[in-house]
Design a protein around this ligand. Sequence first.
Ligand code: PBG
Length: 339
Amino acid sequence: MSSENPTDNTASAVKTLIQRPRRLRRTPGLRSMVRENQLTVDDLIYPMFVMEGENQKVEISSMPGCYRYTLDLLLEEIKQISELGINAVALFPLIPEAKKDDVGTESYNADGLVQRTVKAIKQAVPDIVVITDVALDPFSIHGHDGIVDDNGVILNDPTVEVLVKMAVSQAEAGADMVAPSDMMDGRIGAIRQALDAAGYFNVSILAYSAKYASSYYGPFRDALDSAPKFGDKKTYQMDAANAREALKEVELDIAEGADIVMVKPALAYMDIIYQIKSTTNLPVAAYNVSGEYAMIKAAAQQGWIDEKKVILETLTSMKRAGADLILTYFAKEVALMLL
Ligand code: PBG
């Protein structure tokens, strides 16, 4: 009896079983043949943080292994990850306090940090897909994604006007894809119209369609110093208890012109990814957010889990749920693992 066959039974104990699922799990070759989902480097989008200055990178304490880079070092890093096969980066800026105001004016400055960064990336690594975030939080003194009135209400339509300017200025700088992460109503349609009117009909929209008011964003807000100064984001981001509402948001974003729809966060929202995948033929993205990253890093640092295996299992499960694309701070580590 072969020891390579863990399903061998002693002759006396063998029963007739028509189905023995273990037959196809017996060897690595068989398991590969019937594997239903495969994580590849093509699935990955790398979110990266950029800051003003030169020759500096600062590790984000709640996201070990993740850095804010000055533009020069960011370009070096992007060259490296591009060589590893990563196709796309999503940019997030740390805006100096002095440039923040209550309406996010800096967000559409043609010479702003994001715009300069996009131009420089496109020059240095033209093939990398550059995705820019469209929301006011890194640019506003109060840390909300929109314009706030005297009563603390986040105003929808005036915010959309600013988002439109921001998206067009990012397209002007050379962004391949703009990604509204703000959850204002009607912003996808307004941005699509404005991009087309400005001649950027080939710039695509990655819509944060089902973005939840989640506590998993904490480390990201540390990274950008963008935590809301008052209140929370529950009047615009979705209630964690809702699923049908996510389908409604997706439907609206598609009708308004989204090219890719996204669910954020990912891990606690796998049912949402699954349901959205079964209702649309557009590519579906999932955002493996900062808190999900931090939890794995923290447990790994304690020696409580096998980091590499848990990363691969987690991201593969997102694919299984239906994600075609995954925004993840693990992108570089995964690319190295998959080499
Ligand atoms: C803000 C934005 C957030 C993230 C991406 N864009 C934070 C928020 O909504 O407060 C979070 C990403 C992460 O946690 O990794 N528009």
